[in-house]
Design a binder for this molecule. Structure first.
Ligand code: CA
Ligand code: CA
Ligand code: CA
Ligand code: CA
Length: 434
């Protein structure tokens, strides 16, 4: 991990502080003043471009840093690093990392609750701006290698819950009040930030691992339900045929160009399954190239069917050391080419196997995929999907026309399925509170 270089002055301050602690001298330390910019001061700032934030020099080293604002006032021993970002939210924070409050004093690295969203520019001309950034929060900064074992850097469970409530329910610019439905994909937001860390190949907007208010970042919702169109890519856009990544330090092409962009990766199959489940991971391949897919902290993965055949994945292209992609819902996986509606397992025939799949996932809402039995693309498995399956009962990919009298057997089976699993569906819903 690389840290922002510290100035000689900062080093001297730390050395003096260490000496004071060593000698047991008690001195009065002035309280930090949070960098409270006025509305006019925030308004006067230009938005930082993501392409500037993530820029690299000719050797691949980062060249940006949070802009230091000298003009307003001095906040010894630190200084305000106010900057603004503007982008569209790409993921539901509740489906990416586990934000459950888990305060602990040690062990080193146990960060407790985690929270993250990716945002992307709305610019469509990459010469103006492209890509995005992650906004990241952790609870137990005192367990972070920077601070361990100084637990005063951490948030208590109560403080953490309050922190992420502010981020999940930010102020809506239109009303001046917090939104009533939490932050979600498609929210165009302004981020008023005071910190950033370069980590594993990208700048994250964060609090620089301190719970002090002067490093807070705030979100303001500018607009909701802004469409975000994924960019279509194949593995050939980011990897050479020898399976090495295309890394262009100018970031005009290859993996760097797609970093933090919302993409649909086309035409891949399963290479290996590390863990198909909550916060798991899989490796996909196009036959020559392989690629890591990180699954979000979404329990819907635990019961979901693993995609079969050739499929597409829509999610966030990411760099975490190596390049990878986030998929935060089973519904992010879709068949690459049209299958017969009802062919959940993609074997070319609509039959009992598909009906059983649909039945097994009956009542699933919000995260259901084609492979679970969502044939109309509303991410739910219900009677509408059963009707589609029934209408195509007996069809095979080889036969263009449906078999005669498709409805009677199919509808009978679907009826049995629906009755048999209605109870299971209710239990599933009750268990998950939906
Ligand atoms: Ca990078
Ligand atoms: Ca904070
Ligand atoms: Ca089938
Ligand atoms: Ca459906």
């Amino acid at each position: 991990m690389r840290k922002r270089p510290r100035s000689i002055l900062q080093c001297m301050v730390f050395a003096a502080a260490a000496l004071i602690v060593f000698l047991g001298i008690s001195v009065a330390v002035p309280a930090f003043e949070p960098a409270t910019l006025t509305e006019a001061e925030w308004a006067s700032l230009d938005y930082t471009l993501f392409s500037e934030m993530q820029a690299l020099d000719g050797s691949g080293n980062y060249i940006w840093g949070p802009p230091v604002q000298y003009s307003w006032t001095q906040y010894a021993p630190d200084y305000p690093q106010a900057y603004k970002l503007r982008g569209v939210v790409l993921n539901d924070p509740a489906k990416m990392l586990d934000s459950t409050a888990q305060y602990s004093e040690g062990p080193k690295g146990a960060l407790g609750g985690l929270w993250q969203v990716y945002i992307q520019t709305t610019e469509t001309d990459p010469l103006v701006d492209f890509g995005g950034a992650a906004l990241w929060m952790g609870q137990n900064y005192g367990n972070h290698p920077w601070h361990y074992p100084y637990y005063s850097y951490s948030y208590s469970n109560e403080q953490w819950i309050a922190e992420i409530a502010e981020l999940n329910y930010p102020i809506d610019q239109a009303t001046g009040l917090p939104v009533t439905e939490p932050l979600r994909p498609g929210d165009l937001i302004e981020v008023r930030a005071r910190g950033a860390v370069y980590y594993n190949g990208k700048f994250n907007c964060n609090e620089e691992h301190t719970n002090e208010e002067y490093r807070d970042f705030q979100i303001i919702v500018l607009q909701r339900d802004v469409p975000i169109e994924p960019v279509d890519i194949t593995l050939a856009d980011v990897k050479y045929s020898d399976n090495s990544f295309i890394v262009d330090y100018s970031r005009a092409t290859g993996a760097e160009f797609y970093q933090s962009q919302y993409v649909t990766l086309h035409n891949v199959t399963i290479d290996s399954v590390t863990s198909w489940g909550t916060y798991g991971g899989i490796v996909v391949t196009d036959g020559a190239r392989t690629f890591d897919i990180k699954l979000g902290y979404n329990t819907a993965f635990d019961g979901a069917e693993i995609p079969s055949g050739t499929f597409d994945i829509t999610g966030i292209f990411d760099q975490e050391g190596t390049y990878r992609m986030w998929a935060t819902s089973p519904a992010d996986f879709t068949p690459s080419s049209a299958l017969i509606a009802g062919d959940a397992n993609g074997d070319g025939t609509v039959d009992e196997d598909d009906a059983l799949r649909l039945a097994a996932h009956w009542g699933l809402g919000d995260d259901a995929s084609w492979y679970d039995g969502d044939f109309n693309g509303d991410y739910r498995v219900d009677a509408a999907d059963a009707a589609i399956l029934a209408a195509n009962w007996g069809e095979t990919a080889a036969e263009e026309s449906p078999v005669p009298e498709p409805g009677v057997l199919a509808l009978g089976l679907i009826g049995v399925v629906a009755i048999g699993f209605a109870c299971r569906g209710r239990q599933w819903c009750q268990a998950r509170g939906v």
